[in-house]
Design a protein around this ligand. Structure first.
Ligand SMILES: C[S@@+](CC[C@H](N)C(=O)[O-])C[C@H]1O[C@@H](n2cnc3c(N)ncnc32)[C@H](O)[C@@H]1O
Length: 486
């Protein structure tokens, strides 16, 4: 075995177990600098190699091996759901969506934040996305920003800081084509969830058909790295998977087939888990997937990113629901929005959108949990914190809070005409969908939802609010950070 192979093994072990390389070295062979020595050409004896091996074996090559995540915020942020599918994990209780205490790394107490992260289940998201108009309305709001964008060669560049199921990105790309039909597009989307990457890719074959001059990049990197397609940590960089796909043919059917063929690659590489150290979601390996049309390769050559990192000069950055409402102000500013603002090119615009509350959805939640208010920071507070975080690096940025009538927008639960009236009772599936949307938007932890569901009064509360307003709607709040043009 050469040093490179051993380093790779150590780095895989550390990533899976959440150990720092220095801790690993100290514990295994009493040498905190082991990995860095190897990296710089140091040699070890066979006896040391045996001790390293013995350490890995006796500590279980994946003692706290992460479970597979189905959807997530950024790895250093917040709610995710864990698919009920543990990866071979001897010391890890099988993850399940059954209750707040199961799953997760051993030793987790019933910490509600952790449980929320682990069990914010995918069904809630999919039901919400399909029963409410939010992602359409967000797509439309983001598309309005295209009027203020002035792309420069070689491309119109956009970054989606969490593509989710791809509804927002798909709508924005359609709108981009409408406005800039002959401009090459460089579209980068960050998403840690395998299932969301699949859903997003499914929506892309028609985009390549209508707008052939498109380079689409999906990555699971963190906010601080994703816009640049490069990871700072050396050990992560050594395991980076960079996959380029040139789509052949010229029909959306053939593109769809080739995109479907990517599923095994995605299953194999787009794995994420929960850090046993922090409890936050993390990727197993950093992945960058680059897709474009083979017949446009020559034209797109200056745009196709290459391993080793790219410049981040985005014309538009989309940050739709990029942080957990209850996350700290510091986290929202420092870990999420500030790095995204740094990635703006001259004239570039970052539009951020989060839930606002003060709407019938919030009313349902407050009927069940009086005084509950997850929407603890408004746009003014967040932008002030971002400005502070950026310091002099933010001097050529404009922070646009806008008046409420421009910043706030409403979206609704889809219902049939006259489905909700004061006279007739509301169908159970409509009530369930409304309840789901209310608790989803308010990001109520699963164990609290289970408690409320036990007594059944939540449906009466939902019905009362729906009948009072004749509909269910929510408010989102938006703000824009823009970089001055050169
Ligand atoms: C990284 S994000 C957002 C993905 C994508 N940008 C979107 O808007 O769907 C995914 C998380 O956002 C949260 N989320 C999405 N839409 C939300 C909404 N309208 N209100 C509150 N939270 C939301 C969910 O908890 C979900 O796990």
């Amino acid at each position: 075995m050469n040093a490179q192979e051993l380093l790779q093994e150590i780095s895989d072990y550390c990533r899976t177990t959440g150990l720092a390389e220095s801790t690993f070295g100290r514990r295994a062979v009493n040498d905190g600098k082991l990995a860095s020595r190897l990296r710089h050409g140091g040699r070890i004896t066979t006896e040391t190699l045996d001790r390293i091996r013995a350490f890995m074996t006796s500590n279980g090559n994946g003692v706290a091996r992460p479970a597979v995540i189905s959807r997530a915020y950024d790895e250093r942020s917040s709610p995710v759901a864990v698919a009920p599918r543990p990866v071979s994990a001897p010391a890890l209780a099988p993850a399940s969506s059954a209750g707040p205490l199961s799953g997760g790394p051993p030793g987790n107490g019933p910490d509600p934040q952790r449980n929320f992260r682990f069990f914010d289940n995918r069904q809630k998201y999919l039901l919400f996305v399909n029963t409410c108009s939010e992602k359409w309305v967000v797509g439309n709001r983001v598309s309005l920003e295209l009027h203020n964008v002035h792309p420069r060669p070689p491309a119109l560049s956009i970054f989606d800081a969490g593509v989710g199921d791809g509804t927002v990105l798909g709508r924005v790309m359609r709108s981009m084509h409408d406005r800039f039909p002959h401009t090459p597009f460089y579209v980068v989307g960050k998403e840690i969830s395998l299932e969301d990457v699949r859903l997003t890719m499914q929506k892309m074959s028609d985009r390549f058909m209508e707008h052939p001059a498109t380079v689409l990049v999906l990555t699971n990197l963190a906010y601080a790295d994703a816009p640049w397609l490069a990871v700072k940590s050396l050990s992560a960089a050594s395991s980076m998977v960079w996959h380029e796909v040139a789509l052949t043919g010229d029909t959306s059917h053939s593109f769809e087939e080739q995109i479907t063929d990517l599923v095994p690659f995605l299953d194999q590489n787009w794995k994420a888990g929960v850090s046993p150290k922090t409890g936050n979601p993390v990727y197993e390996r950093p992945v960058v997937l680059v897709v474009y049309r083979e017949d446009h390769k020559f034209l797109l050559d200056p745009i196709i990113p290459r391993p080793g990192g790219t410049r981040a000069y985005y014309d538009l950055v989309i940050a739709s629901q990029p942080y957990r409402a209850r996350a700290s102000l510091d986290f929202k500013a420092k870990r999420v929005i500030a790095p995204l603002a740094r990635a703006l090119g001259p004239g570039g615009r970052l539009i951020a959108i989060h839930s606002h509350g003060n709407d019938p959805g919030h009313e349902i939640v407050q009927k069940v949990w009086p005084g509950e208010n997850p929407f603890i920071h408004d746009r003014h507070q967040i932008m002030k914190a971002v400005k502070h975080e950026l310091g002099t690096a933010g001097r050529d940025l404009n922070f646009n809070a806008y008046a409420d009538n421009r910043s706030l927008f409403r979206y609704d639960m889809h219902t049939l005409p006259s489905e909700i009236t004061q006279e007739s009772s509301i169908g159970t599936s409509t009530l369930f969908a409304a309840w789901n949307a209310a608790i989803y938007v308010a990001q109520v932890e699963d164990h609290r939802v289970a408690e409320a569901a036990a007594d059944g009064s939540y449906l009466a509360a939902t019905s009362e609010v729906l009948q009072k307003h004749g509909a269910l709607w929510f408010f989102d709040e938006s703000y824009v950070i823009s970089r001055r043009r050169e």
